[in-house]
Ligand binder design. Structure first.
Ligand code: RET
Length: 276
């Protein structure tokens, strides 16, 4: 069985358009990640100290995801060769796989969940406890999926079995995230209470895209499916990491000023010396 396992990218020939679109999607994804590293770093300056880690962790996520997507981009380029008017897999002794994405999520998913716990204003011991309780099902979900995604070719029993196992961990994770948001709401000033409940829907909508991309090969091993899957992963990545980071940063910015924090540098800096 093991040698029948594989990824559909290695059995499908792409048109020039499909190949270019695939490269483009991967390029925009890593480009967006790298571009936002500095944005998140700068934003940490304006926050109360207890929230500063929120955008800093976003910068770490951006760097980590950017490197892994750059790797996927290079792998994409190496895995296809232009032969007889089409982009053919396995022509250059290299296979494509999305498995590196899963490797990367092992790092980014626990970080994203920790950011959530910090942004909810929980006390230190609760942040640690809640992050751990979310990270455990999160990582198990990813590893089950990582193993499962090698079964996209041929019969789908391996893909589906591990997809179900992974989904069970996902449901467990969803319950843990809900608990974090509920204790967050109790901790959040009235005027900011809509934020955690909107985050709940945002979380479900964006994290829910990943299982769709996982299941997609069952619709057929075609070039359109290969490209559509890169597109779904990219949209999911940009919203669950980048837009999520922007939302959390704006939320903790409001929390900071609501809790009476003023960025000290601006208040206390001496006036610039007059020239002449
Ligand atoms: C898998 C396998 C199929 C079943 C399910 C999955 C869920 C994956 C998710 C991934 C989230 C990744 C994020 C990455 C950000 O850096 C593993 C595809 C349920 C929810 C948010």
């Amino acid at each position: 069985l093991a040698d029948q396992l594989g990824n559909i990218e290695n059995i499908v020939t792409l048109t020039t358009q499909q190949y270019t679109l695939g490269s483009l999607i991967l390029m925009v994804s890593y480009g967006a990640c790298f571009a936002f590293i500095l944005f998140f770093m700068m934003n940490s300056q304006n926050l109360a100290p207890r929230y500063r880690l929120v955008p800093i962790l976003s910068a770490v996520v951006m760097a980590s995801a950017g490197l892994s997507l750059l790797q996927e981009f290079n792998l994409w380029k190496d895995s296809y060769a232009f032969v007889d008017g089409a982009y053919r897999p396995l022509a250059e002794n290299e296979t494509f796989t999305n498995a590196f994405r899963y490797g990367n999520w092992t790092i980014t998913v626990p970080i994203l969940l920790t950011q959530l716990a910090i942004a909810m204003g929980l006390k230190q011991s609760d942040i640690q406890r809640r992050s751990l309780r979310m990270a455990v099902p999160g990582v198990l979900m990813i590893w089950a999926g990582l193993y499962g995604q090698f079964g996209e070719v041929g019969d789908f029993s391996h893909l589906n079995l591990w997809g179900v196992v992974s989904t069970i961990f996902f449901l467990w994770l969803i319950l843990e995230v809900r608990q974090t948001l509920i204790s967050g709401i109790n901790n959040t000033p009235d005027i900011l209470k809509p934020w955690p409940s909107n985050l709940w829907w945002f979380f479900l909508a964006t994290w829910g895209l990943y299982p769709l991309a996982y299941a997609l090969p069952q619709l057929g091993a075609t070039g359109d499916i290969v490209v559509a899957r890169q597109a779904i992963y990219s949209v999911a990545d940009i919203f669950s990491k980048l837009v999520f980071g922007i939302i959390l940063t704006r939320f903790v910015l409001r929390r900071s000023s609501y809790e009476g924090y003023m960025p000290a540098a601006e208040e206390l800096a001496p006036a610039p010396p007059k020239s002449n």
